[in-house]
Design a protein around this ligand. Structure first.
Ligand code: G1P
Length: 297
């Protein structure tokens, strides 16, 4: 098995029902934080971590996502003519090498584990990353880069992890920690979206994984789990129980759940405030809006 992580799977087949009616015609991964689509953040993070091959597991109705990564010669020509250098640069920064992206169709919505398994032939016998673009992580060094460094040291299967509030436990894959070493936690077992009463901890899996090919073999034989879907968590949990080579990694960074409306709004505000060209006016507006509301109450 190769040691270097150069391939990443982006499961983007989900219907995005939480953002209906918008997602009737736009894939949710194209929704923007300020001016970049969610998928662009995921791709940039992967590139920073050394990923060279990008595998998208898509479904019907996701055509706009493929178009987004196409070359845009007409647009570039117009921008060049109008001397819009900055916009041209922003556009160029999204360019992907020919052949760097592969698209696989998930033919049935059978869950995250099934989506990852659909990419098995493109992964072969190599470690690989999985990035869920709903989870946007703002960090000095990208979350996946941190995990790739950890992988170089420990090997095994590494999932991004963070503590969540008790009422959120049933929305995540939850780790059953064996040994807590601070940043790194060795994992005894995992549960997908457990009831709070059954949850082994409040340490949740966030959408970044570095996995070894054995997880794909496990997915092959897996029965449907939580939500009647084939769960990635269940395949990794089997590895943890039988091989003991699974780790949770407490990453540095601020994670936004852009799969939920409130998380998406928070991310929009945070990314807006992080921009030099928007910060002052946006924070004025927020302050004024909050004080007007408070005065009215
Ligand atoms: C998926 C995984 C879950 C993980 C979560 C992180 O769930 O199944 O284990 O904790 O992503 O965002 P989803 O949110 O897609 O239902």
């Amino acid at each position: 098995m190769k040691n270097k992580v150069t391939k990443a799977i982006f499961p983007v087949a989900g219907l995005g029902t939480r953002f209906l009616p918008a997602t009737k015609s736009i894939p949710k991964e194209i929704m923007t934080l300020v001016d970049r689509p969610l998928i662009q953040y995921a791709i940039d993070e992967a590139r920073e971590a050394g990923i060279r091959e990008f595998i998208f597991v898509t479904a019907k109705g996701k055509g706009a996502l493929e178009d987004y990564f196409d070359a845009a010669p007409e647009l570039e020509k117009t921008l060049r003519k109008k001397k819009k250098t900055e916009l041209l640069q922003a556009l160029k920064a999204t360019d992907m090498d020919s052949g760097a992206i592969a698209y696989i169709r998930q033919r049935e919505p059978l869950g995250l584990g099934h989506a990852v398994w659909c990419a098995r032939r493109l992964i072969g016998d190599e470690p690989f990353a999985v990035i869920l673009p709903d989870d946007v992580i703002a960090a000095e060094k990208s979350c996946l880069s941190q995990m790739v460094e950890q992988y170089a040291e420990t090997r095994g299967n590494i999932v991004a992890a963070m503590e969540v509030a008790p009422h959120e436990v049933s929305s995540y894959g939850i780790l059953d920690p064996k040994e807590d070493m601070g940043k790194l936690v060795s994992v005894r077992d995992m549960a997908e979206k457990p009831d709070l009463a059954d949850a082994p901890s409040n340490l949740a899996v966030i959408g970044r994984y570095i996995l070894e090919p054995n997880v794909l073999n496990r997915l092959h034989d897996l029965k449907r789990g939580s939500g009647d879907e084939i769960q990635l968590t269940d395949a990794i949990a089997a590895e943890a129980r039988e091989n003991g080579d699974v780790y949770g990694y407490r990453f540095d960074g601020q994670r936004y759940d852009c799969g939920s409306k409130i998380g998406y709004l928070k991310a929009t505000i945070a990314f807006g405030l992080a921009r030099d060209d928007l910060r002052d006016e946006l924070s004025d507006f927020l302050n004024r809006t909050v004080s007007t509301r408070q005065a009215a109450e």
